[in-house]
Every structure is written in C-alpha cells, then in structure tokens.
Design a protein. Structure first.
Length: 700
C-alpha cells in the first residue's frame, strides 16, 4: 500500500485586531486628520500603517482579510463614505462630559471663550487618546505657524479665531492652560502644551473644584510648624509686612509681591506659611516636582503660576513660589534664564498679579535687578541670632543633649534651624536602638556631616571653657593694658582693633576675654570660614559676618585676617582686590566692636591698617610672666615646687608663649609630667621648633 502523502498545513489565521472604543468626537478628529493627507501614508498598498486605528474607525474587515485581497483603492473609497457619515452624525459632538464640565468650570473662572474651550478640550483629548496622538503625529514636521491652521481644520473653526486664541498674550497662554510651543519636537502633541503632566488625566477622571485639577502644579500648603514668635530677628520687617499682606488680601490688591531670600534652612518656607495664616489666607504652593517626584522645569512652573493667579483671583489666598532659581538661574553661566526669556510676561505678572505672591530664593544674586525693583518688599531671612538658635536647639534636642551642649551648639556658625530639626528627627526615631548616651553624639554627628557637605567647617564644639583655664590678661605681653582696653570699649561701645604678633602669644584668647568682660557674645570667624572659591562668595560671607555681629550685638573676631586683607598692590587675582574692598567697606560701616588678629601684620593692606583704631602687638612672654605661669601650671597639675634651676632655664626661652603652656597642659592629660623640670623640658622642646627671632638692636 503506497504511503500517504502528508497533509498540507494551513497557516493559522491572524489574531483579531483589538478594537478601541473611541469617543465620537475623537473619531471625527481622526477622520479629519486622515483627510489632511495622512491617509496616503495610512493606507498602504497591501495593509494599513496601523491596524488598531483602522479597526477603531470602522475598517476592521480590511485588516488581514481572509476572503479577499487588500484593495487600497476600495479602502480609500470606503474611508470617504465613513468620514461623511461621521461628519453628519458627530459634527456637533463635544468632548466626554467630564472633560466638558471641567473645562466649563475652568472657563468661568479664567474667562475662556467658546473657541478657547474647544481648543482646551481638544488638547486634553490629544494628550490622553493614544490613537489620536498617533494619527496627528503623521502630519509631518509642524512649525508653530502651521499649528493654528491644523487645529482650525480639525475643530472646524475659522483659522483667524484659532490664531488669536493661541497667541502668547491671549487667555489660554496667560492662564497657563494651553501654550503653543515654538521649539521642541514637531508632533502636534508637543506643540500644544498643557499645564502639567497629569493635568489632562485629571480633567478626564475628576469633577470638582477647579483648583483640585491643578494639584500637580499648584496645591494648598500644609499648616506651619512654627509661629511668629520664632522670627524675632526680623520683627521690624514683619511689623510692615504683616499689615501689608492683610490689607492686600482684604482689598484684593493687584501686583503684590514679596521677595524673601537667605541661605537654605533658615525657615523661609515656614515663614511664608506663618504669614498666610496670620493674614487669614489659604497658601497655595507652586510645585517644584510633579506627583511622580520628577523636577518641574522653570517654564512649566511659570505656567503653573499663571494658572494659580487666574484661578485664585476670587479667593482669599496667597501664592508661594519657592526656589525662584528654577526660573531666574536655570540656564547656566552666560545663558539667558527662563525668567529673562519671558521678561515681558514676568514684568506684567509682578505688576498685575491677582493673588499676593511670596517669592523665596536661596541666592539673591540669581535675580536681575530689574526684577528686584518691582517687588513691594525685599528682605533677607538670616540665620537666627545666637539666643534664638539656642531656643531652636533646645526645642529640638533638649532631651538629647545637656544644657551646656545646647548652648555650645548654638555658638556654631552657619547652623540653620532645618539642620538641627532634621538631625533630631532622625535620632528620635531610632533613639531606643542607639541608647541615651549615644543619642546626643548621633545628633552632633549628623549636624557635622551636613555642615561639611554644605562646604562649611565641620562641627567642632569646645567641651571645655571658652578660655584656657589659666588665662589671665596679665600673662599677655601686649603693648597696652588689656584690662584698661576692655574698660574703654565698655564705655565707647565701638572700636576696631588689630591684634598682631607671633603665633601663640594670646591674641585670640585676649579677644575672647574682652568679649567675656563686656558680657557680649563672641562671633568668631576664621579665614577658612570666609574664603570661598566661587565668585562673589567671599565678599558675601564677609558682609554676612558683619551683619550677624550687628544683629546679635556681638564682638566680631576675624582670625587669620591676613589671608584676605593682603596688600592689594601685590594681588594677582581680581577676587583678592574685591575681598579687601569689601572688608574695608564693612569696617567703615560697622558700629560695633571688631577685632582682627594676624601673625603677619606686614602683609596687610595699608588702607586696612589705617582703618584700625588701635594696633596692639602681642610678644613672647617676659621672664617674670613665664615664671608665674609655670608656678600656676605646676599647681594645676599637682606637681611639687620647682627646683632652683627651673626658673633660670625657663627665663632663657626667648620664644615662649601662653600657647606653649596650653599645648603642654593638653599633653599632660594623656602623658603626665613627673616634675616641674619635665614640664620645663617640654616647654623648651616647643620653643626649639620655632625660628629664632632676630636679636634686638641696642642695649638690654
């Protein structure tokens, strides 16, 4: 029997194409898009460019037909018939009811015309209907000039009306709802920009208060965690600002803008919330990140601000625009920022915005002076004064740190409130794991790391007394009586002193003692605290140090002042000159007590030297001072009386300083001395490390 021939295997029929149910108006717009010439690409010789779209508009039977061949000519004829039917049936169709209701609500607040509303509805559907986006994406490269013509054809509107509605100064653009983008990708979706990424989705899924539709761009601010009592250091400004905001809210004043600037962490956002609460207003914040956590670029934030101004005009509300650098300093050095690119609109906003707006900045230098002059009030929110910092540290860390440590933390330069509260939040959350002893150390560790990351000096808090235990002004070999000098400063309440001399001779300790005697806080700044690599930062830090001393009534001590007060005649870089100029200007204007210390007085700029009221030289210890200090040091260490030879040997140490005594006493904590003789040996070793001074001229 002959073998059977194998059966021919027939190919499996293709899976049916998924049919997407389109709103009638979307189907109409797709047909009109095809009519604009897209059908030539859409209907190919033997198939469709997109089977899913073909099925959605009624051509599913031509997708992979099994009983006939694909006939492009017949498909085009049927497409014309289907289009005519849809035009007859859907010519007056509108967007889905939720979209129409939301657009109507927005339109009543903003003042949208009939054409504006139709364009907004179309743009919402364009951003949420994938097939409409795909088909309109086949219209080819679209210039901004061609977009109004396309939109007019799709919506059946006069081109002139659409052109006017999409003008940059028209309501749609000024409200931020729809913006005709002139740059970027050429597809229609990317030419008609909406307020935010999720704005279209909210218009399709939510019906309610129009402001809730903007929650991705503008949202109500939380209640403040602080109160007006936490801002005593700007009380004079607040005494003007508070009634001004209350008046503006009550009278619906237009063009009210306040600029608050200061370094990060000083509490600017909290102050804005406090001010809104004080004025009886709801505060709305312009988002800097969307609901997915992605950053919102400057131009989009400006559109959100436009929408907020329009929608909140009838409410008792304030608007908060934080981190204005996103708009005024977002393009890098030498490039025009978003704010500068939209300068005309920015000026109009600052002159005619409906809701009073609080603008916050970490860097005032980012703003064009032409913008700054348009604000009603401009003020800096500085770091709180020492007393207020102590209250902040106490409130956040009082149960983690002893009282003495709280006060010492408050003395830390650049300690912003936010740094303290965040460190305390972390430690309190894991306190039971750390244990009570380690919790305080953990707070200081976190604060220290944050300061270091910000480019500041790492936290170094003195666990001992602010002055050496053995300090006595009688041991300073100065060419003026320090005690009498302190008495004179107490009476005058002002003075500029330059303390100079070899290292270790007691200059810094003398400044601390003077501040203590005057019962004033000491604001100590070292060269490393003030010199910064970025242009203008050194000058800013110098100015800030003088302002802080003035606010706190503190004695300002700048140590190692020769690092940036060098003679300008030898300057090699421009910042060296500008730093000296800034210092001289601040010295002239300062009405408090300023003390500068230096080891290199000959390197100082002559103009700076002239501005000091008193130049006070500190020299090496006299033999009598050294011997008395030796006796006190021995007593503090519990050592027996010195041998007869010890004072003689000590008197021969011509470069001995109080700093040498401080160094060997620190050593004694871990390497005790057996006798005064051993102590003198250690002091001699300290002196041996120094260069020998030139012998004096004349007779001793």
């Amino acid at each position: 029997m002959p073998p059977r021939s194998p059966r021919a295997t027939l190919p499996a029929p293709p899976p049916p194409v998924r049919r997407v149910a389109l709103p009638p108006v979307v189907k109409l717009w797709i047909f009109r898009t095809l009519r604009l010439g897209v059908y030539r690409e859409f209907i190919r010789t033997d198939s469709f460019l997109d089977d899913e779209t073909a099925a959605a508009i009624g051509l599913a039977h031509w997708v992979n037909p099994v009983d006939r061949d694909f006939d492009a000519k017949a498909v085009r004829a049927e497409l014309r018939v289907l289009h005519a039917r849809v035009e007859a049936r859907c010519a007056g169709a509108r967007a889905p009811s939720r979209v129409s209701r939301n657009v109507a609500a927005l339109g009543s607040l903003v003042g949208l015309s009939r054409v504006d509303r139709q364009i907004l509805e179309f743009t919402v559907m364009l951003h949420t209907e994938r097939l409409l986006d795909d088909v309109t994406g086949r219209l080819g490269p679209l210039s901004a000039e061609r977009v109004p013509r396309i939109v007019a054809a799709l919506l059946g509107l006069p081109e002139r009306d659409v052109l006017e509605a999409l003008h940059p100064n028209a309501v749609l653009a000024n409200s931020g709802l729809v913006l005709l983008e002139r740059d970027g990708p050429n597809a229609l979706r990317y030419k008609l920009l909406l307020l935010s990424v999720h704005f279209a989705e909210r218009l399709r899924s939510t019906v309610g208060d129009p402001v809730t539709l903007l929650s991705d761009a503008v949202s109500p601010s939380p209640a403040p965690d602080l109160s007006l009592a936490d801002y005593p250091h700007v009380q004079q400004t607040l005494s003007i600002l508070r009634p001004w905001l209350a008046h503006a809210a009550a009278h619906r004043s237009r063009g009210v803008n306040v600029l608050i600037y200061g370094i990060a962490g000083t509490g600017k956002t909290q102050l804005a919330r406090v001010l809104a609460q004080d004025a009886g207003c709801t505060l709305f914040e312009v988002a800097s990140a969307d609901s997915d956590g992605d950053p919102v670029h400057g131009a989009q934030r400006l559109r959100a601000l436009r929408a907020a101004q329009c929608l909140l005009s009838r409410r008792r509300a304030l608007v908060l625009f934080d981190e204005v650098e996103d708009v005024f300093d977002d393009r890098g050095p030498g490039a025009r920022s978003t704010g500068q690119s939209h300068k005309a609109w920015m000026n109009r906003t600052l002159e005619d915005n409906a809701a009073p707006t609080l603008w916050l900045s970490n860097a005032i230098r980012a703003l064009d002076p032409a913008f700054i002059r348009r604000f009603d009030l401009v003020f800096e929110l500085p770091l709180p004064p020492r007393a207020q910092r102590a209250r902040i540290v106490e409130a956040a860390c009082g149960d983690l740190l002893p009282a003495a440590r709280v006060l010492q933390l408050a003395d830390t330069p650049r300690l912003a409130p936010a740094i303290v509260t965040r460190a305390a939040t972390v430690v309190n959350a894991i306190r039971s794991t750390l244990g009570e002893t380690a919790a305080g150390d953990a707070v200081e560790h976190l604060i220290s790391n944050t300061l270091l990351a910000q480019g500041h000096r790492k936290l170094t808090v003195d666990h001992g007394a602010p002055l050496p235990d053995l300090y006595d002004p009688a041991f300073a070999n100065a060419d003026s009586d320090i005690a009498a000098l302190a008495a004179g400063l107490r009476h005058a309440k002002a003075g500029r002193l330059c303390l100079y001399g070899p290292p270790g001779t007691g200059k810094t300790a003398a400044a601390k003692w003077i501040a203590h005697e005057l019962q004033r806080p000491l604001l100590l700044r070292r060269a490393s605290d003030l010199i910064n690599m970025y242009v203008g930062e050194t000058e800013r830090l110098i100015a800030e140090a003088f302002r802080e001393a003035e606010r706190e009534g503190a004695v300002l001590l700048i140590d190692e002042v020769d690092s940036f007060l060098q003679d300008r005649r030898g300057a090699r870089r421009s910042w060296e000159v500008t730093a000296v100029n800034e210092m001289l200007t601040r010295m002239e204007a300062f009405e408090g007590i300023f003390i500068a210390s230096t080891n290199l007085v000959d390197a100082l700029d002559p103009a700076a030297l002239r501005r000091f009221d008193l130049k006070l030289r500190f020299d090496y210890l006299k033999p009598a001072q050294a011997i008395e200090l030796l006796v006190r040091a021995g007593d503090s260490l519990g050592l027996p009386a010195p041998d007869a030879d010890d004072p003689v040997r000590l008197g021969r140490l011509r470069t001995l300083t109080p700093g040498d005594f401080a160094a060997v006493l620190r050593r004694a904590r871990f390497h005790p001395f057996a006798s005064i003789t051993a102590l003198v040996d250690a002091l001699a070793a300290e002196c041996a490390l120094k260069a020998t001074p030139s012998p004096p001229i004349g007779f001793l």
